[in-house]
Ligand binder design. Structure first.
Ligand SMILES: Cc1cc2nc3c(=O)[nH]c(=O)nc-3n(C[C@H](O)[C@H](O)[C@H](O)COP(=O)(O)OP(=O)(O)OC[C@H]3O[C@@H](n4cnc5c(N)ncnc54)[C@H](O)[C@@H]3O)c2cc1C
Length: 474
């Protein structure tokens, strides 16, 4: 039975994650009538609230405390027993935080007069979204909209031989929902998500292997940070296999045997769990796109759009991870706000990752913004990089440090990128990101008056090293 919702909305949004909620709230704030269709029974918020970022953040808080307790001896504090996480308690804490965040998003939508429908949405026509009851499979509402926005997100896309079972073969959301400790795990993937989950598990006492197809771990952060992180991981006992492709896995009697194909050999890795942290796929099946002529990419499932987020059907737009499966939660939110502004007639520029920093909760933390040294070299003949040790605090000897790098154009002094690893990594890179947004050059930073000495002093030192390197380059 179809209950027709009699309203004609300015905007109907399918998917209530970061992108969908951002579109809805921004459009509602300018007086538009908006409906959001969300299939998750737990309410809006999307993957980042229910499955990835928030659950991961809760796990990281526990891991950070474990780390602090393990290093207590360095601060002359005696901790009698080896600390270990209480996974059942962690699960309760995580569920409470997720429920609170989803409820908060629900309240924000309600306060903005956005009508939320719980069910699975699909397009019956370019201006009509049907809402299907996920349990009964019945259509429960038919919503008409001047504009329809698809914001259905992305999900892990393991190969066919990897069938997640929630116990031994796990996706990242399943790891962050675990209620038990893992003795050992192989993580497949070497990107940001893989490095973060590796750190969390290692701090929890799990014996961690990481196998990744790239030549280096975390190539996104640039070679220096990547090497530094790999060394730090190996020092903590994590085992890394670069240029390794997992080709199969068998779980028998609680032991997973994974075949890793290396350059000229094969290796069998035996662990209690195998975790898929590889590429994601856009959630675009069963949305009724094909009959409206809306194309998706075969490999990633991503909905094809023009530069304004518009699909081949003129009234239908797509935004967030369903159009770019690897986008971060922050990118999804900013793109949602951008789309709503554009639909309101503003010519807002697309939020590029140019000034968006990535800050990973790895151990040690890593952060970066803009171009890596190699990307800058390829894009700009005058690219120069200066890299210096980054102490955790001003009293720490440089030998026990992380690293900080600034990439700049020797011809113009423009900041092209920055990378850092260590406790102050995010703060260092944030300062560089702000400097870029205000169009400061590297030389401007060399004489910086310390606002927060822990950041400003390394920032000024790196900038001075860059000025020296750049003057030799000219
Ligand atoms: C495994 C994994 C790990 C990640 N780790 C990180 C990280 O560490 N840091 C980071 O910044 N980002 C991370 N991300 C990315 C982040 O989760 C996404 O960028 C962000 O959630 C994208 O927002 P979105 O609104 O586009 O999609 P989502 O947040 O996925 O929201 C889409 C919503 O649409 C709903 N939906 C889907 N189909 C329908 C339908 N037919 N009808 C109604 N509702 C529907 C879903 O239930 C969901 O709530 C990760 C993503 C994944 C998959």
């Amino acid at each position: 039975m179809t209950t027709t919702d009699n309203h004609f909305y300015d905007l109907v949004v399918v998917g209530g994650g970061q992108a969908g909620c951002a579109v809805a709230l921004t459009a509602a704030a300018t007086g538009r009538t908006v409906a959001v269709v969300e299939s998750r029974p737990g309410g809006p918020g999307g993957a980042s609230v229910h499955e990835t970022d928030l659950p991961a953040a809760v796990c990281r808080e526990t891991a950070a405390l474990l780390r602090a307790i393990r290093h207590a001896g360095e601060c002359a504090v005696v901790v009698p027993d080896q600390p270990e996480p209480d996974f059942a308690g962690l699960a309760r804490r995580r569920m409470a935080r997720v429920a609170a965040a989803a409820a908060d998003m629900g309240r924000r939508l309600e306060a903005a007069c956005v009508k939320v429908f719980n069910g699975r949405g699909y397009l019956a026509a370019a201006d009509t979204v049907m809402v299907l009851d996920c349990e009964t499979g019945d259509d429960i509402a038919s919503l008409r909209g001047r504009t329809v926005v698809i914001a259905t997100g992305s999900s892990p896309a393991p190969p066919v031989w990897f069938q997640p079972d929630g116990r031994h073969l796990l996706t990242l959301p399943q790891v962050y929902a675990l209620r038990r400790w893992l003795k050992s795990a192989l993580i497949i993937g070497g990107g940001p998500d893989a490095c973060e989950v590796a750190s969390f598990l290692a701090l929890s006492g799990t014996s961690v292997n990481i196998g990744f197809p790239q030549a280096v771990l975390l190539p996104q952060a640039g070679d220096d940070m990547s090497r530094h992180l790999a060394t730090a991981f190996q020092r903590e006992g994590l085992s890394l296999a670069a240029s390794a492709t997992a080709t199969g896995c068998e779980a028998v009697d609680g032991v997973c045997t994974t075949t890793l194909s290396l350059a000229d050999s094969e290796e069998l890795i035996r662990t209690e769990a195998v975790i898929w942290a590889g590429p994601k796929r856009a959630v675009t099946d069963n949305l009724g796109l094909r009959k409206l002529g809306i194309a998706t990419d075969d490999a990633s499932g991503a909905i094809e759009t023009d530069a304004c987020g518009r699909t081949a059907a003129p009234t239908v737009y797509a935004v967030g991870a369903c159009a770019d499966p690897e986008c971060t939660a922050l990118e999804a939110r900013l793109r949602g706000e951008w789309l709503a502004a554009n639909l309101a007639g503003e010519r807002a520029p697309f939020p590029t990752p140019r000034n968006l920093i990535r800050a990973l909760a790895t151990e040690p933390p890593v952060a970066w913004v803009g171009l890596t040294p190699a990307e800058a070299q390829a894009a700009c003949p005058g690219a120069v990089t200066a890299c210096i040790p980054l102490p955790d605090n001003l009293n720490q000897p440089a030998s026990a440090s992380g690293l900080a790098a600034i990439v700049g154009d020797a011809a113009t002094g423009e900041i092209l990128g920055a990378q850092a690893i260590g406790a102050q990594a995010a703060a260092f890179v944030s300062a560089l990101s702000i400097a870029r947004q205000f169009e400061y050059g590297v030389a401007d930073l060399a004489g910086l008056i310390p606002a927060d000495p822990a950041i400003s002093i390394p920032l000024a030192s790196t900038a001075r090293a860059w000025v020296t390197a750049a003057s030799g380059h000219r």
